[in-house]
Design a protein around this ligand. Structure first.
Ligand SMILES: Cc1cc2nc3c(=O)[nH]c(=O)nc-3n(C[C@H](O)[C@H](O)[C@H](O)COP(=O)(O)O)c2cc1C
Length: 180
């Protein structure tokens, strides 16, 4: 797929076909996402790919702040990508002090870039995805045994798509671009 086509036609996809996603395909998607830019190439993003139905459904039930919409998406997905970021590196000096006034902001910035790259890589292979923000981070960390040195930045359910929804409308260019 051409880059522009992939960017324009990628949608948040919330229903999936029954086709399984192989480990090789998951590896290919994450390998592509690894080429997203990051603060000083710090690469603080990593993923846990959950195929296990019991664990996936436990997260769907208990880790979306009671938002049933997200419960259903996770339950329909074939793989749940848990995006983890290491704390205190992106945006920070080696001595642990923040490099800019934005503090930990750059950690989330890196996570977002990586997430979008992952979604585009997946879409290019016929796999739909959606970035989930309504998630219960402390509960997910407990389930995955993750300590204070890590954050959960997002959950991304994946599955082969059958239909791609219409794009929700975008603002007029004049509202989002000023050329001076
Ligand atoms: C930070 C972030 C959080 C989001 N959280 C959710 C969510 O919790 N549940 C959901 O169904 N979609 C979620 N979305 C998907 C957006 O609703 C979607 O990207 C937006 O409506 C535009 O649609 P498109 O991705 O198809 O272009 C989230 C997207 C982003 C970037």
């Amino acid at each position: 797929m051409e880059t522009k086509d992939c960017i324009l036609s990628r949608r948040s996809i919330r229903t999936y076909s029954d086709k399984e996603i192989s480990n090789e395909t998951i590896e290919e998607i994450v390998r592509t996402a690894q080429f997203a830019p990051s603060w000083k190439n710090s690469q603080t993003v990593s993923y846990v790919a959950i195929k296990d139905e019991k664990l996936k459904s436990e997260i769907a039930q208990n880790c979306v702040c009671g938002f049933e919409w997200n419960t259903n998406i996770i339950n329909r997905s074939k793989v749940l990508m848990v995006q983890i970021t290491a704390n205190g590196i992106s945006g920070y000096n080696p001595d642990g002090t923040p490099t800019t006034a934005k503090g930990s902001h750059w950690q989330s910035f890196d996570a977002g870039l990586n997430a979008q790259t992952l979604c585009l890589a997946a879409f290019n292979l016929g796999i739909g995805s959606v970035i989930l923000g309504i998630i219960d981070e402390p509960e997910i960390k407990k389930l995955l045994n993750l300590g204070d040195e890590y954050s959960i930045s997002t959950l991304i359910p994946l599955g082969y798509y059958e239909d791609v929804p219409q794009a929700p409308t975008r603002k007029p260019l004049s509202e989002v671009l000023t050329i001076m």
